[in-house]
Design a protein around this ligand. Structure first.
Ligand code: UDX
Ligand code: UDX
Length: 476
């Protein structure tokens, strides 16, 4: 029976997952550690507004379990050594340099954790891979651990990928479609797997706990994300065709999704998928396929990412041509996070689309209910740097950007309004009232890249409006 858990990584995955385990398993003491001390301090703050991850329902759970059986600490070594089970929930970004640059997962964080665990552990441990990892990473972990461990200490590595989606993390953790656990098929491996099953069975029905070999488990996570992203690229690619043929993509999604073999989820058009996982995991899959000489398979999956980039460029081009000239145009950007109900902005489509707008001379007003202002500027800076612009040019481009505290400030006095994240707040905008307050009687063009606005109402109010894949748009 596991009594003490340590989780390395207090991020979007580590903290919600550990908070729910702590709630469901009051007899287990869990400590979340992180190499970033300020993150730990933020999780220990008495003010929930300081928490670094905003996730519906998370604050309430933390209020109940924190300092009872859930702890946040910077004393990594102590808590590794004290625990019987260690979760690895550190980030695994795409490699920026070296072999596999731009495709392979950067496993530096994972390697460092493995080495640290091996060095400081004076008793046997089960290591749980929570981070998304390339297939056969467990083999690499074993090598690192065996090189550095004390002779009389043994380790079992199991894989337990996390399938939660941000914005619904707590709901997903409470009611997971499945929990996947992979282990070596040895007596020790199967025993380690059972000890994790015993934790999950406190709230997950047995039939939803899937047990596999460790390689299937590692690869299933990459495959799941690739297939989810593939659906989005499929519907987004078709949106380009429905715009040309006067079909409506939302009607297509409903009609196609009614076939139970296809299903109705993940068929919403968008300005392209964002988030920390989809692009990174597909590029990683592409890299792995190439390593095994499977060039056709690699190319097939790579196309999912290419269509995502195409969708972003397509949207920029539509805005650009409808406004005729972007120079000196004032544009309102509604939404910066990669989806609603999260403050996470990683890989958000708002970043490339907004950057292209300012590079072409537009001035932006940006509003997002949760995204941090400094993060927005950081996102733009990083993107512009990747376009090889120098610091002086970037500084000058950032002068074209203002970040607003309220939606009404952001909406006022604009030539165009672009909805990029599907926040509920944007669905409530009173367009009639808004029109009455426009002084110079020139209505802004509206670009709804999430298809959440009432296009018929907007057209009846004489707005020029574009929705993705909607043949009824009066901006083409
Ligand atoms: C997770 C997964 O673990 C990743 O593999 C998956 O593909 C995406 O989701 P996430 O929780 O979103 O990552 O990442 P992040 O919010 O960046 O949290 C990771 C945390 O690990 C950070 O707080 C970072 O400071 C910490 N970290 C990183 C360590 O504590 N030690 C390290 O060596 C590296
Ligand atoms: C994803 C997976 O869903 C989750 O199982 C995995 O553990 C981590 O990666 P996440 O990235 O947090 O989760 O959010 P998700 O809801 O999958 O959305 C990803 C992106 O796809 C968002 O930008 C979202 O707006 C977009 N999306 C989603 C669409 O464009 N259309 C859809 O129909 C659904």
């Amino acid at each position: 029976m596991i009594r003490k858990i340590c989780c390395i990584g207090a991020g979007y995955v580590g903290t919600p997952t550990m908070a729910v385990i702590a709630l469901k398993c009051p007899n287990i003491k869990i400590t979340v550690v992180d190499s970033n001390r300020s993150r730990i301090d933020a999780w220990n703050s008495s003010n929930t507004n300081d928490f670094p991850v905003k996730e519906p329902g998370l604050d309430d759970i933390i209020k109940v379990v924190r300092n009872k059986n859930l702890f946040f600490s910077s004393d990594t070594e102590k808590h590794i050594d004290e625990s019987e089970m260690i979760f690895l929930a550190v980030n695994t970004p795409t490699k920026k340099e070296g072999k596999g640059k731009g495709f392979a997962a950067d496993l530096t964080n994972i390697d460092q954790c493995a080495k640290q665990i091996a060095i400081v552990s004076s008793s046997n441990k089960i290591i749980v891979e929570k981070s998304t990892l390339p297939v056969r990473t467990a083999e690499r972990l074993k090598e690192i651990i065996n090189k550095h461990k004390q002779d009389d200490v043994s380790f079992e590595i199991i894989s337990n990928p996390e399938f939660l989606a941000e914005g619904t993390a707590i709901r997903d953790l409470f009611k997971s479609d499945r929990v996947l656990i992979g282990s070596d098929q040895t007596d020790e491996g199967l025993a380690a797997m059972e000890s994790l099953v015993n934790i999950y069975k406190n709230w997950i029905p047995r039939e939803r706990i899937i047990k596999t070999n460790i390689w299937s488990s590692e690869l299933s996570k990459l495959a799941s994300n690739a297939m989810l992203a593939q659906r989005i690229s499929s519907i987004n690619s078709l949106s380009a065709l429905t715009e040309k043929t006067e079909a409506k993509i939302n009607e297509l999604s409903v009609a196609v999704g009614k076939d139970h073999r296809i299903g109705d989820k993940f068929l919403n058009v968008s300005p392209g998928f964002g988030g920390s996982c989809f692009k990174k995991d597909i590029l990683n899959l592409v890299y792995i396929c190439r390593q095994y000489g499977l060039e056709e398979v690699a190319e097939y999956w790579y196309q999912v990412v290419k269509i995502n980039d195409y969708q972003r460029k397509r949207i920029f081009n539509i805005i650009n041509s409808s406004l005729v000239e972007l120079k000196n145009k004032r544009i309102s950007i509604l939404g910066w996070s990669f989806k609603k109900d999260t403050n996470d902005t990683r890989e958000s489509s708002s970043i490339p689309i907004s950057s292209d707008l300012i590079i072409n001379g537009a001035s932006l007003k940006i509003y997002d209910p949760l995204a941090d202002k400094k993060q927005i500027i950081q996102d733009l800076t990083t993107y512009l740097e990747s376009k090889n612009l120098d610091l002086k040019e970037i500084k000058s481009l950032l002068n074209q950007v203002k970040i607003n505290n309220t939606l009404s400030e952001c909406l006022s006095n604009s030539n165009a309004i672009i909805v990029l994240t599907e926040w509920d707040e944007f669905k409530q905008i009173d367009w009639q009232n808004f029109k009455l307050n426009i002084v110079d009687a020139v209505l802004p063009h509206i670009f709804d890249t999430r298809n959440i606005l009432d296009i018929e109402l907007l057209k009846s109010l004489e707005y020029k409006v574009f929705q993705i894949g909607n043949g009824d748009s009066n901006i083409k």
